[in-house]
Design a protein around this ligand. Structure first.
Ligand code: PNS
Length: 167
């Protein structure tokens, strides 16, 4: 069985991430969305629990049923390769949006391979219509009260417009 881990901050998940995961599901038997517990990229907009629940709902609502049943959603702390070993995954999935992603992704892929030679990284080119998207930009737009409904699934919108956030 080919198991792949799709690691990331997913703060929040975007349509770009969903596109990558749907396409990866055509290649792997099981895919694990692995949500990094403490992303270092500034203040998180969603807690780990909210990110996990948003991804679970987004997968159920946006992915075909035969894809959704093969996707798990879990959080992890520590090294991605250690989580891969824990899940017996031999592949890491990452999306590439543009050439600017390539340098850091190449470095991560080589580093992960050095740490765990049995785990290989597979890249999917994010679909053109989603290739401009980034979670960081979504966070900025939300902070200024902008509309992100074309960028993130409804499961995220529901959480971002929650009254307790003042939005
Ligand atoms: O969504 P992101 O922020 O682009 O994802 C980055 C992520 C989570 C894949 C990366 O930071 C990561 O793997 N972090 C876990 C710690 C680790 O394994 N570091 C070594 C990777 S080279």
């Amino acid at each position: 069985m080919k198991i792949a881990v799709y690691p990331g901050s997913f703060d929040p998940i975007t349509y770009g991430h969903l596109d990558v995961v749907s396409r990866a599901a055509a290649v792997f038997d099981r895919l694990v969305f692995a949500v990094l517990v403490n992303p270092q990229k500034g203040a998180a907009i969603l807690s780990t629990e909210e990110r996990l629940n948003a991804i679970r709902e987004a997968v159920d609502e946006c992915c075909p049923a035969d894809v959704a049943v093969r996707i798990d959603v879990e959080s992890f702390d520590g090294l991605t390769v250690d989580f891969c070993r824990h899940r017996e995954a031999t592949f890491i999935v990452r999306g590439l949006r543009a050439i600017s992603d390539f340098e850091s992704e190449l470095q991560m892929a080589h580093t992960n391979r050095k740490l765990a030679p049995e785990v290989d990284t597979v890249f999917f080119m994010t679909a053109l219509e989603h290739s401009y998207l980034s979670s960081s930009l979504v966070k900025e737009i939300v902070a200024f009260g902008g509309d992100v409904t074309q960028m993130v699934p409804p499961a995220v919108v529901r959480r971002l417009v929650a009254p307790e956030r003042g939005l």
